[in-house]
Ligand binder design. Sequence first.
Ligand code: FMN
Length: 211
Amino acid sequence: MTTVLYVTAHPFDKTASRSLTVGDAFLEAYRKANPEHTVTHVDLYHLDIPQLDAEVLTAWNQLKSSRPFEKLNQESQRKVGRLNELVEQFLAADKVVIVNPVWNFLFPPVLKAYIDAICIPGKTVKYGPEGITGLASDKKLLHIQSSGSVLSEGRWASFEFSHRYLAAIFNYMGLNAIDFIYVEGTGGAPEQAASNQKQSIRQALALAERF
Ligand SMILES: Cc1cc2nc3c(=O)[nH]c(=O)nc-3n(C[C@H](O)[C@H](O)[C@H](O)COP(=O)(O)O)c2cc1C
């Protein structure tokens, strides 16, 4: 059974978001093309993602020093247990779709919290004598993001940190198959913005057939 994680990092729904509109068009076409696949929506704004705070980092160090999980205090057990669930859910997926707006030249902070939850030594990356090996190489990623300015080329291209970071960190976890759809220039002239969005939807529909 093929499983897809549809990860959204947006506080609104698709009626107020261009990235989610394109994401939704992709998803609808994908579901039509692959009715037997399971799609799970991971809505990061409505998800319990523990921060990597002093409690979590201390608990991880204690576990590394062979302290049994049951000997951690209750709150540490809850946070570490929840982080484990998130990485296991990621590991169980065959395909991942990430949708986000660009905020201050990056993605919203909930997405970084999610990456901190799934980029885990021994689970998604391995450090060994031969160096670092990504352990999630069996997965495909599609990244859809929307930005007010044009970031794919021109004046602001060097400010495109969001997709470059995501491509780098997922590559570090072993993913090489990474597709990307820009929904950009949304803050420009309305006709141009609308035309860009239509183009992005066309791209999404085409990609849904082969992703
Ligand atoms: C808090 C905030 C920060 C933003 N920062 C940027 C930015 O740094 N660069 C950019 O091109 N657009 C920026 N924008 C514009 C959004 O990226 C743009 O409106 C985009 O279409 C949002 O995606 P959405 O329609 O899915 O919400 C920002 C918007 C908000 C609300």
